[in-house]
Design a protein around this ligand. Structure first.
Ligand SMILES: N[C@@H](CCC(=O)N[C@@H](CS)C(=O)NCC(=O)O)C(=O)O
Length: 221
């Protein structure tokens, strides 16, 4: 039997969280090496495991994969969460890119010295630019693309939960998305992931932020 994937990242959500979500939905058990000291990070660098000196790093199928989107696409492909043909795939990728753009903005908020304007901007962009797209796509269909579960659906449920943590009423005018979210969180693997004690990471706290700042040369805006 194949070995379990190993995820190398800080002890928090960041760019790895979507990968944790996708593996969870694919029902793939994984292990994690949580980088809590500078030495761990430097060792990965010295070992040559980080092609661009960055994490996430995922060891899977005998490979050391980096670059979040490449990793997500590999997992989606492998576990049949990337559509049935190139036309499905390009739609899945378009929807996924939009969600990753939005989640990236949320991920960066706690690193800002002045989060309020950033949050206001995210809220209006979410309501005016992003959520209407998914609301329309879900008028009728159960899933975003091709009538079957895909990477885009997984990212959408992750993103809506992240948004609600910041803006609890944000889905008020997006009833299709809210229903979609309700269905998705009933999927047993997702339901388990949302329970305390799972590998889902909590919202970033001071300790996590300090860890990321100290242990990588992360470039901040
Ligand atoms: N495009 C890369 C960006 C990865 C990235 O920015 N990683 C950060 C941590 S979230 C990092 O390792 N920063 C260290 C550095 O850039 O020196 C991806 O999506 O995986």
């Amino acid at each position: 039997m194949a070995e379990r994937p190993v995820l190398y990242y800080f002890n928090g959500r960041g760019k790895m969280e979507s990968i944790r979500w996708l593996l969870t939905v694919a029902e793939v058990e994984f292990d994690e090496v949580l980088l809590v000291t500078r030495e761990q990070y430097v060792k990965l660098l010295n070992d040559g495991a980080l092609m661009f000196q960055q994490v996430p790093l995922v060891e899977i199928d005998g490979m050391k994969l980096i670059q979040t989107k490449a990793i997500l696409n590999y997992i989606a492909e492998k576990y049949n969460l990337h559509g049935k043909d190139p036309k499905d795939r390009v739609m899945i990728n378009m929807y996924s890119e939009g969600l990753m753009d939005l989640m990236e903005m949320i991920i960066m908020v706690p690193f800002s010295p002045d989060p309020k304007p950033k949050l206001d901007n995210i809220q209006s962009k979410a309501k005016e630019r992003y959520l209407p797209v998914y609301e329309k796509a879900l008028t009728g269909p159960v899933y975003l693309v091709g009538g079957k579960l895909s990477l885009a659906d997984v990212l959408l449920v992750e993103c809506t939960l992240m948004l609600e943590e910041k803006f609890p009423a944000i889905l008020k005018d997006f009833s299709n998305i809210k229903s979609f979210q309700g269905r998705m969180i009933q999927i047993p693997a997702i339901n388990r992931f949302l329970q305390p004690g799972s590998k889902r990471k909590p919202q970033p706290d001071e300790k996590y932020l300090k860890n990321v700042m100290e242990n990588s040369c992360i470039s901040l805006p």
